[in-house]
Design a protein around this ligand. Sequence first.
Ligand SMILES: *Cc1c(COP(=O)(O)O)cnc(C)c1O
Length: 359
Amino acid sequence: MSRQWNFSAGPAGLPEVVLRQAQQELMEWQGQGASVMELSHRGKPFMALAEEIEADLRALMGVPENYRALFLHGGASQHFAQIPMNLAMPDQQADYIISGHWGEKAVHEARPYVGVRVAATNEPGGYRQLPQVHAIDPDAAYVHYTPNETIHGVEFRQPPPTGDVPLVADMSSDILSQAIDVSRFGLIYAGAQKNIGPSGLVLMLVRDDLLSRPKRMMADIFNYSAIMERDSMLNTPNTWAWYLAGLTFKWLAAEGGLAAMGERNRAKAELLYDTIDGSGGFYSNPVDTAARSRMNVPFFLHDESLNEAFLSGSEAAGMLALKGHRALGGMRASLYNAMPLKGVQALTEFMREFARRHG
Ligand SMILES: *Cc1c(COP(=O)(O)O)cnc(C)c1O
């Protein structure tokens, strides 16, 4: 079988250019006589690579001087817990804005470490609109939100206003998908497996003053300052994932950077939503237009008994992983950076044809 259009929500498809280069360098990397994943992370070649990757990331995202970049373990989920450990004392309180499944998870994992106040949630509305953020507690240690909810397909167009309270963003499923102003955030973190590279790596950008907050007692391995002081190499990092992330950053720069990706992602999403909305009710997406995600598009067939036929038909037509998350059912198409417009055109053509045959 050849490579298919991969609509997986995560781990998601990687750019073919990146995979090809990794394949080429798998036996031997840059005259080292071994692949990058077989070399010491403390050796000169890997240290130099890590520096280059950080520089590429900073250029790509326009990361200000007073932010550190960390390359971490544990998936985004571990940092649901580790962020409150590092940013708040046990008797402090943090505000959480919940716009879907991952925001709920973040709250659940934070509760043992900080007083959680739910500042806004749209759970009662089934996460179909954005929650109205009225009042942030000015004494909160931070405000946490999820700019893009991967399962519910709900995305903020702008970061919510939080006054002087630092904003913490779980960007696992929208990082690098458009140009952003990093200085609006106190801390940005993302599991790599959606828009960066393979799972097992977490990227974090954090403002200096948050790192130097007084901390509760904890092991170094949980302590972002200790990790930062050791250049994200307090213990053996996932060097292979780190290297692949670096290849993705180079690819993004070559494609025109994040502004160009933003345009492309908007066009891809528009095409899919137009197809859904123009299907005369055959397909539907329940999310408020103003909150629709550019990255993850859940959609439903008016007749659920056609779900199996839709999935097997789409697979036969060369499309992978369109089955929706079990929490919602239906379908979901994830349109991360590595999915070209051509892939979305193939999907929408299939959808129109399927609707014609079964409508
Ligand atoms: C996938 C995802 C997570 C969970 O990531 P893990 O790396 O599996 O812990 C958290 N938040 C968001 C927004 C996600 O999309």
